[in-house]
Design a protein around this ligand. Sequence first.
Ligand code: FAD
Ligand code: SIN
Length: 544
Amino acid sequence: MPRTRPPTPTLPAADFLVIGSGVAGLRAAIGLNRAGRVLVLTKGSPAEGSSIYAQGGVAVAPEEDDIALHRDDTVRAGKGLCRPEAVQVLVEEGPARVQELIRWGARFDRAGDGYALAREAAHSRHRILRAGGDATGTEMVRVLLERARSLPQIAWRDHHFTIDLLLDPHGRCVGALVLDESSGAVKQVRAKAVVLATGGAGQIYARTTNPPVATGDGIAMAYRAGALVEDMEFVQFHPTALYLPATPQLLLTEAMRGEGAVLRNIKGEVFMKRYHEMAEMAPRDIVSRAIWNEMVATSARHVYLDVTHLDPGFIRSRFPTIYATCLRYDVDITEEMVPVCPSAHFMMGGVWTDTRGATSVPGLFAAGEVACAGVHGANRLASNSLLEGLVFGARAAEAAAEYAGHLRPERGASFERDLAVGEAEDGRGDHLDMEKLLNSLRRLMWEQVGIIRSGQRLLSALTQLEKWEERLRDPCRTRRELEVRNMVTVGRLVTTAALQREHSLGAHFRSDHPEEFGSGWERHIHLQANASARAPVGGAGVTE
Ligand code: FAD
Ligand code: SIN
């Protein structure tokens, strides 16, 4: 039987809780600063998340007349499944959000008198702003962190892992249950409103460009809390991540192809023209599938990205991070072709929100990659997600502040509940080797729910995922166990949605239904835990 220990002290009460400190969470926290006390929680260190690794840049219409084109490119990439009102918000408000960042000190690369603007796949114009050549995310997070840290109302707790959302008896979100990673204590944080900004879930796949924190926690906990989750079948696979044994799967930005890099199969043949008239600049899903086909046809585990025909000085200055990182792994990209393979990169689906970041659970708002605000549809246009984080982070803050303003004064503090924490006994009966399970999960998702899917493989994956989910029903106690449980849940959601969408569209490709726009293509796939399946408040290793 689990022993119990006395309730741990709560963290300082906050009016607003922001979970995650990437671009979306930081922008939300800055927006909330005027509305009350804000507590930003993050697992790991504050800067760790996908945002700092963003290379290519941030898409932003440079002139008024480009706004409509940016909208059209976004909708075209999304294969008609974007929600038009959300895309309109993104492209219209994007320029102001980026200007604001520049006012706060962001240094984007310049060319002559203006900003250097790059073009990436499926963009009809040059509109990608970048910083430090290929270090855009680092610069954006630097500025947002500096700004947020200068604001008096914002408090921080890093190395605090959010386990679950707290709901009141009316189903409203009133805070979160949090594991303090340094002490091992579980605490409840109460707030009038919560903004979820926990990023993506690339770690559910064996191959991913995402950092280790991208374990889909936010999607899993929102789902457990009863929130509507949308379009989880749409996972974007980036065509070019470094493929070398025992090295991180470093992204090789699409901007390299924008500057003239070509793809070659292991026989050295260029092949993209055979798949699409735009060749290397074809939409990401098409390039990824073309690479996959070439890998299968040549029985290889990778293809090559080749920039050896470009000026070495230009490559070193335009892509300094990539150049230096590859060199560390003994590949001089100016002299030799780089082995690359597609990798899971971005989650288009997520926690459903309206255009103001409100989820289907009152008091819970979401922004950034964890959310499905409707801007990406079946396929995200390159460099639109940093912009999404800025625009919808700011909007979620506004909506959360407004929501809190309408609460009766006592509401924020009305939810009192002491918790006792279940502790693991030494030598747990059904000992689960988490790392082993995680490896199996990541392999299963890659092989059966990856770039090319079929009904049969999806069904067999689902059966396995449901078994794992059942085994993980026992209380989880460590951060790793909690993450694995979340990853299994997210894997199951992706697989279920992929089974339900019985045709191909954008990033979702079914070899048994290759036709695009099959019957009912325009519907969104919604998943929601039914009331009886919902985890009780504090359902993760906490007993009352
Ligand atoms: P993140 O930046 O991932 O932040 C998530 C935060 O949530 C982190 O602080 C994390 O610690 C925290 N968190 C997660 N779970 C928990 C939990 N349980 N408890 C507490 N905290 C938690 N997009 C572009 O637009 N342009 C690009 O050039 C570009 N390049 C990319 C390159 C790479 C290598 C990658 C991986 C992505 C790239 N993207 C790019 C996508 C883009 O970077 C992300 O979609 C975006 O940064 C996500 O921002 P976010 O704030 O939603 O999440
Ligand atoms: C890249 O630089 O290729 C990634 C850009 C993105 O994911 O938007």
